[in-house]
Ligand binder design. Structure first.
Ligand code: BJ8
Length: 424
């Protein structure tokens, strides 16, 4: 079986030797961090399997569909509407990366003070270690933060990117611009796939993507119970897998897990103790395999009960209105839903502040961890407002700035330990 994957990776032009080493390392870390957790729900077996298959079985599955004519669209941001890709019978996968891979090569093109997320997707491309980057037929960038926007210009030399313009404000002229961009994306996807987007296939796609959001939101709500029925580590992993997996299969398996969690809640069986400090995390997205923060928090007597982030509730909270019947109505619903995303690239971005407070309260958090990637100006600058609202609402908050390296692990642990003592 491995020979089949090796051939596939070879055909994709990947660096197989380094890739083998990377997978072996990932497997070791995964076993230590995830499989060793106490009282883990049975339903996590499915998601463990998805991680085992991440660079092999799932890529093979996508390749088989590609061989039968499907196209693959790679994205770096939750502003790219899955519904449109799916309606045109294409596959959409996330390309953001959460590991310190190829940073030395990336720094030949990018300033050293670029955020880890951008350096990582650049590094994965330059080292040829991501099968998803190599298998994508179309890679979509977006004009969100300056670091992404400008790095796409350079990345364009390695493979042509399609860029979506995301406005920076939410006035009616911004909505007009955004609608134009959604329509332009629709045209590009139709051209790529040769498939027309119709009211029928778009309605189905809206339902499929909403079902995935509904399942993730269901999971999120179950975390309000004490004891938390599932760890923050596992929930982050589920959210990360959602960017790669087949949406219907993912939703089906997540709902099975949620059924089990409901049972655990009844039995008061938790992934953490009743006395664990409960944290709500807000800030930059944690792309696969960035598990650093929950790994540290949950190695102590703490549990993460929610994430206001793009790998988290910012990606799932809002559904697309399903009442539309005409193409125009459905596209308008997509435009409105996506323009509600409260990314720090917007000014002002008041909705995010209100969302943080209401989610932290709903999830019965003892405190908020404001997670920022070093050099991420939008989220670092927004920290001032986030801390201010938490002060006003009497919610304890700890702001952290970190990257993908493990060098500051001890320092983070010390700060988190002190915060834990303070909130309990
Ligand atoms: S909608 S959060 S996925 S842009 S960490 S690259 S912001 S400097 S990831 Fe994002 Fe879309 Fe917004 Fe969400 Fe820039 Fe910050 Fe780096 Fe970031």
């Amino acid at each position: 079986m491995d020979a089949i994957y090796e051939k596939m990776w070879n055909d994709l032009g990947m660096d197989i030797k380094t890739h083998d080493k990377m997978l072996a390392h990932l497997e070791k870390v995964y076993t230590k961090v995830f499989r060793s957790q106490a009282n883990r729900p049975d339903g996590m077996k499915y998601f463990d399997g998805q991680i085992d298959n991440l660079h092999s079985g799932r890529v093979m599955e996508i390749k088989d569909q590609k061989d039968r004519g499907k196209k693959v669209v790679g994205i770096f941001c939750v502003f790219v509407p899955d519904e449109i890709t799916l309606a045109a019978d294409a596959i959409q996968v996330g390309l953001c990366a959460g590991a310190e891979v190829g940073f030395n090569l990336a720094e030949k093109y990018l300033p050293r003070n670029t955020c880890a997320l951008v350096k990582s997707f650049f590094g994965f491309k330059l080292t040829k270690l991501s099968p998803y980057m190599e298998i994508a037929d179309l890679v979509v960038g977006e004009t969100t933060c300056d670091q992404k926007k400008k790095s796409y210009e350079i990345m364009n030399d390695f493979y042509p990117l399609y860029i979506i313009e995301v406005p920076q404000r939410k006035e009616s002229c911004d909505r007009d611009l955004w609608k134009e961009e959604v329509l332009r994306f629709k045209d590009r996807i139709e051209e790529l796939t040769g498939n027309k987007i119709t009211p029928e296939n778009l309605k189905n796609a809206i339902k499929t993507v909403n079902d995935r959001r509904r399942a993730l939101n269901r999971l999120n709500m179950l975390r309000s119970s004490n004891p938390a029925p599932i760890s923050g580590l596992d929930c982050l992993l589920i959210n990360q897998v959602g960017f790669y997996d087949d949406p219907q299969r993912f939703t089906h398996n997540l709902n099975i897990l949620c059924d089990e969690l409901e049972q655990r809640i009844e039995e008061k069986s938790g992934a953490a103790g009743l006395d664990a400090a409960r944290f709500f995390v807000t800030g930059c997205p944690m792309a696969l395999p960035n598990w650093k923060l929950p790994m540290i928090v949950e190695s102590m007597n703490g549990v993460i009960v929610g994430e206001e982030a793009c790998v988290g509730s910012r990606h799932t909270r809002e559904l697309v209105d399903e009442s539309g019947e005409t193409l125009e109505e459905m596209l308008n619903a997509i435009v409105d839903r996506y323009l509600n995303i409260d990314c720090a690239c917007f000014t002002p971005n008041r909705e995010r502040l209100a969302n943080i407070v209401s989610q932290a309260r709903t999830l019965n958090a003892d405190g908020i961890i404001n997670y920022n990637l070093t050099f991420c100006q939008p989220y670092l600058i927004e920290t001032h407002k986030v801390e201010e609202i938490c002060r006003n609402e009497n919610i304890p908050i700890l702001s952290l700035e970190t990257d993908y390296s493990m060098e500051d692990r001890g320092q983070l642990k010390t700060r988190l330990e002190a915060f834990m003592e303070m909130v309990k």
